[in-house]
Design a binder for this molecule. Structure first.
Ligand SMILES: Cc1cc2nc3c(=O)[nH]c(=O)nc-3n(C[C@H](O)[C@H](O)[C@H](O)COP(=O)(O)O)c2cc1C
Length: 272
């Protein structure tokens, strides 16, 4: 199937000039040492190799709020710091974060099920608030770390709604939580130019990679959801005009293995 619109968008968003040098400063060794974390747990290589997308979730497994908050901490780029002092992998991303998370909490111990928003750059809080339905009440959830700009917007069982906006896929409802990645849209494109459009997807991809690994490290599993309905997502939050655009969904929870599928060790084909 050929989609003309995709070629038109690719042409229109082609980058014609070099970006101004975005990197500044060098990373000092002292800084590096302070950036290393010593969490007990399996080594990164193992997590990277064992990562798989869950094909189904059990509809039961809950995660603790501590695990939930830690996953969200890991997607915070700490945009207030110079780029090279941001936590990995955000130190490689030479742009201010553009993507915020709209989270459907289903099974997180200690948190009321409902709709939450993580603002990935605290400086953007009022921009995000002004771009959404003004009647939403923004409350910090109980136990939420001070440095995590997570807000509870709506209470209630969001399982049906989450599945509906994710192309009716049960994986968005049977997990512990699922989310939509909401990108700052018209403002950023007007400011930077059309070439920034693909960069929004790159940032979404980076977020997806972090979430896949964090899920695996926490003993649960994630799945990227590329099939979703963006307009109903925008309506749910009352997104004003083209200010925000939903770009990608993701879900994390207790996986159910499909035993009909064969799983070979990672890079099996290289070891024959
Ligand atoms: C961008 C992206 C979008 C995806 N969209 C969906 C989706 O809508 N529904 C789904 O069940 N899986 C989705 N997946 C998961 C893929 O089915 C899965 O990544 C693929 O089968 C490869 O499996 P692996 O991640 O275990 O290597 C998506 C994955 C990515 C990276």
């Amino acid at each position: 199937m050929h989609w003309d619109a995709i070629d038109q968008v690719a042409d229109a968003s082609w980058k014609l000039s070099n970006e101004p040098q975005a990197l500044s400063g060098s990373r000092s060794l002292a800084n590096d040492a302070s950036r290393v974390t010593h969490d007990a747990g399996p080594p990164a290589g193992q997590i990277i190799r064992q990562r798989r997308s869950a094909v189904s979730f059990d509809g039961r497994t809950a995660i603790s709020s501590a695990v939930f908050f830690r996953m969200l901490q890991r997607v915070m780029p700490r945009a207030e710091r110079p780029q090279l002092e941001r936590p990995m992998p955000w130190d490689l991303w030479p742009h201010a974060p553009a993507i915020h998370l709209m989270i459907f909490v289903h099974r997180v111990e200690g948190l009321t099920p409902g709709l939450y928003v993580l603002v990935r750059d605290r400086a953007k809080l009022s921009l995000v608030q002004q771009s959404l339905n003004p009647e939403l009440v923004w409350t910090q959830p109980p136990g939420c770390p001070e440095d995590l700009p997570l807000y509870w917007l709506l209470e209630g069982d969001a399982k049906r709604a989450a599945a509906q906006v994710s192309c009716h896929q049960e994986i968005a409802a049977d997990s512990a939580f699922s989310l939509g990645m909401l990108a700052e849209f018209e403002g950023r494109l007007r400011q930077a130019g059309a070439w920034f459009y693909p960069r929004l997807f790159w940032e979404a991809g980076l977020l997806g990679q972090v979430l896949y690994l964090e899920a695996e490290a926490a003993g649960v599993r994630g799945t990227g959801i590329g099939c979703f309905f963006d307009d109903p997502v925008h309506e749910m939050l009352g997104v004003q005009g083209l200010s925000f655009q939903s770009l990608y969904h993701f879900t994390i929870g207790g996986p159910v293995e499909d035993r009909r599928m064969m799983t070979l060790p990672p890079y099996h084909h290289l070891h024959r």
